[in-house]
Design a protein around this ligand. Structure first.
Ligand code: ADP
Ligand code: MG
Length: 702
């Protein structure tokens, strides 16, 4: 933070109260310093002039030199616009203004040479420029830095109507650089030894070059430094909290592998563990035996066998006289965990109980009492586990399934279920790109099950338009006649969305007519738990052939005989959701199929999503694609995290290497100076304190 952080942007020449107000409201720029940290989102090479005939539909910002050959107002009233013909000698293109018509008309005259700059858009089969920048060749020249690279700034519609265009921002930036930064050096925000070690550009030079690059090399250095710094402080913050926490809390040492674990391994395990499962169990074993409190994220694609790992980890706790619990995001899933755990531990003398929102009071009272007395070894449940009245005798291990469904606060709540916090294993089948995991769960160690149990056939995925449903139904019929079962999923994005329910219900009725010979059941979120259970049970037992549902079945549900997943209006789902849904099939030995049905009218992005799904079965690959397409702020799980994903310059989809460097650097520093008291780390402390004063509640993250 420099003294420029207290200099109101309003008082800069050319800004004033109106524009200052827009800057504050639209892009949260209050001070001169904020302005300097509003970076261009791209650069154009202004040393190059474009020819009009070379414009194509993919042209980005271009600069053209030429003259206006005609200019006139067209239309009237609200539709009035100013239209000019601009020629570069060879060919011509239309320039259009809807606003500031009079000003433009007075200022720019036919026959005079100008330089225009803007992004061509296609209109009526021709290209035009709407609200291009226009200036004299001399003015354009002064804009050109030696390297010719010119920053382009994001502006909102409101900003544009208030004449705060990219060019206007650039002018403001130019005046700050010329009038202030020529005699004032921005205070450095990274310690000198880091700058030196990593050969980073100083902050002052980085800011100058990010706005007005001297050449592309310096631009790159400036970007690198600013990205590094941004990611570095996020990592330093997370890791410092983790350090403080691990100093404050010891973990329960699980010293021994006892009878429960061993008997299970030798006598109950219905199949061999995959190598990946073995490795992960070893990693966890080392963690819980170390005397440290474990905080681990277990990532594994759908069907990779996380539940089994969870169970074996819980057995470790029981072997050491602790209780364990496992929390799932839905009742269906909690029920299923209960069933699979009970069926697997048949021979062991272990008491497992289920607690959900619909557990009856009498039953619950008894259960809570048994929990407190230590009679219950494993408690499986939903959010109901978080309630204060749920008290354990000695909780040593917490498993959270499908972590992305829970917020950080909920994780913290389970922490407090014992005087000393239990070990925590969070599991997710929505693989998170590594960069995101490092940021979102930067305080967790990560284990990955990167292998599916043997004998699984990759699911075949198809994309079909809804006009071709007849063929799809024939296919479903063949599968069912061969003994399989099918899911048909409808989008239910908003619980309150009436039309979604209508689609679901009418889809259900329709299917009953199309398949009169089959039994069809249905589940959705509005059903009572008992009703849901009954329907699920019908499907799981094989009594029903088709299950119509909303995304309540998205996570975890396991019916190995189901081999067809039909997703209606697939364009309304996100990639990770589609992948999760698809993961409901392909769980048995038979070839499974996923059919994505969309309308014929598809946006480019929806089509891209369908293509990715058809091409890839790999959850990690899909999550990377998701991150690239949507940006981290929109990915599931990031909203509740409290982490500011509106990073100013770094991009988690592309800057993985810089993030890795930032994390390693932060780790090294904390290793040497955990409390950052050293004199050379003074700057770090100051910056972290500044961050803490901001909007971010870092405390909530760990
Ligand atoms: P997820 O990781 O999606 O939670 P599950 O734990 O539900 O996956 O496991 C999916 C299926 O794979 C289950 O039916 C489970 O019994 C089976 N399974 C797990 N581990 C193995 C293994 N090592 N070999 C064969 N089948 C396995
Ligand atoms: Mg699971």
């Amino acid at each position: 933070m420099s003294e420029l952080s207290t200099k109101d942007i309003m008082y800069l020449p050319g800004v004033g109260p109106k524009k200052a107000d827009l800057l504050k409201k639209e892009i949260e720029v209050f001070s001169v310093e904020d302005m300097l940290f509003y970076f261009p989102f791209r650069y154009v090479d202004r040393s190059q002039y474009y020819k009009i005939k070379d414009i194509t539909s993919t042209s980005a910002y271009v600069q053209i030199r030429g003259t206006i050959t005609a200019i006139q107002k067209v239309g009237s009233g609200r539709n009035m616009r100013l239209s000019a013909v601009f020629s570069d000698g060879d060919s011509s293109v239309e320039l259009v203004w809807f606003k500031g018509v009079k000003y433009i008309e007075d200022k720019y005259k036919p026959g005079v040479e100008y330089v225009i700059f803007g992004k061509p858009s296609a209109f009526n089969g021709k290209y035009n420029f709407v609200h291009p920048e226009i200036e004299s060749p001399d003015d354009a020249k002064t804009k050109q830095t030696a390297g010719g690279l010119l920053g382009v700034y994001n502006t909102t519609e409101k900003m544009k109507s208030g004449f705060l265009t990219s060019k206007a921002i650039q002018n403001i930036m130019f005046s700050i650089v010329k009038n202030i930064l020529s005699s004032y050096e921005l205070p450095e925000t990274l310690p000198a030894y880091i700058l030196q070690k990593l050969n980073l550009l100083r902050l002052h030079d980085s800011i100058l070059n990010i706005h007005f690059p001297k050449n592309s090399d310096l631009l790159q250095k400036a970007q690198f430094r600013l990205k590094f710094e941004e990611l570095f402080y996020v990592q330093l913050n997370i890791l410092r909290h983790t350090k403080i926490r691990s100093q404050r809390y010891k973990g329960f040492p699980f010293d021994k592998i006892g009878d429960y674990f061993n008997t299970f391994y030798k006598e109950c395990l219905p199949f061999d563990l995959t190598d990946a499962q073995k490795r992960v169990i070893r990693e966890i074993r080392a963690d819980v035996g170390s005397g440290r409190q474990m905080n681990r994220l277990l990532q594994g694609d759908v069907g990779s066998g996380k539940t089994l790992v969870a169970l074996m980890v819980m057995l470790m706790a029981i072997d050491n006289n602790f209780q364990a619990c496992m929390m799932a995001p839905t009742e269906i899933l909690a029920n299923q965990h209960l069933e699979s755990v009970c069926s697997m531990i048949g021979k062991l003398n272990i008491k497992v109980a289920l607690l959900t929102g619909s557990t009856k009071k009498s039953e619950r009272d008894k259960l809570l009492q048994q929990l407190e007395s230590g009679e219950i070894h494993i408690l499986i449940g939903t959010h109901a586990l978080l309630e204060d009245r749920v008290v354990f005798k000695n909780l040593g291990m917490v498993i959270i399934d499908e972590q992305h469904r829970f917020g950080v606060a909920q994780r913290a709540k389970l922490w407090n279920k014992n005087v000393q916090p239990p070990h925590v294993l969070v599991m997710t089948a929505t693989p998170i790109p590594r960069t995101l995991a490092m940021t979102l769960y930067g305080d967790l160690d990560v284990s990955v099950i990167d292998q599916l149990p043997p004998g699984r056939k990759p699911i075949q995925t198809f994309h079909q338009f809804d006009i071709k449903k007849a063929g799809i139904y024939d296919f479903v019929r063949k599968q069912i006649n061969a003994g399989r079962q099918a899911y048909v999923v409808y989008p239910l994005i908003q619980e309150s969305e009436k039309s979604d329910y209508k689609n679901l219900e009418s889809g259900f009725e329709q299917l009953k007519q199309i398949f009169p010979e089959y039994k069809i059941c249905m589940v959705h979120g509005k059903m009572k738990a008992a009703e849901k259970d009954e329907q699920m049970q019908k499907f799981a037992s094989g009594e029903a052939h088709i299950l119509v549902s909303t995304t309540v079945i998205e996570v975890g549900v396991n019916v190995p005989n189901a081999s067809v997943m039909i997703i209606e209006s697939a364009e309304r789902f996100g990639l990770s959701q589609l992948h999760q849904l698809r993961g409901r099939v392909g769980r048995g030995a038979e070839q499974s199929y996923c059919i994505l049905i969309t309308s014929v009218k598809l946006s480019k992005e929806s089509r891209q999503r369908m293509d990715i799904m058809v091409q890839s079965n790999d959850g990690f690959e899909i999550s990377e694609a998701d991150l690239k397409m949507r940006g981290p702020g929109d990915l599931e799980g990031t909203q509740q995290s409290g982490i500011p994903f509106n990073l100013k310059i770094a991009n988690l989809a592309n800057d993985g290497q810089i993030l890795q460097l930032a994390r390693e650097t932060a780790l090294e520093i904390l290793e040497e100076d955990p409390s950052l008291d050293g004199e050379k780390n003074f700057v770090l402390n100051r910056q972290l304190n500044q961050l803490a004063k901001g909007k971010i509640n870092w405390g909530a993250i760990s």
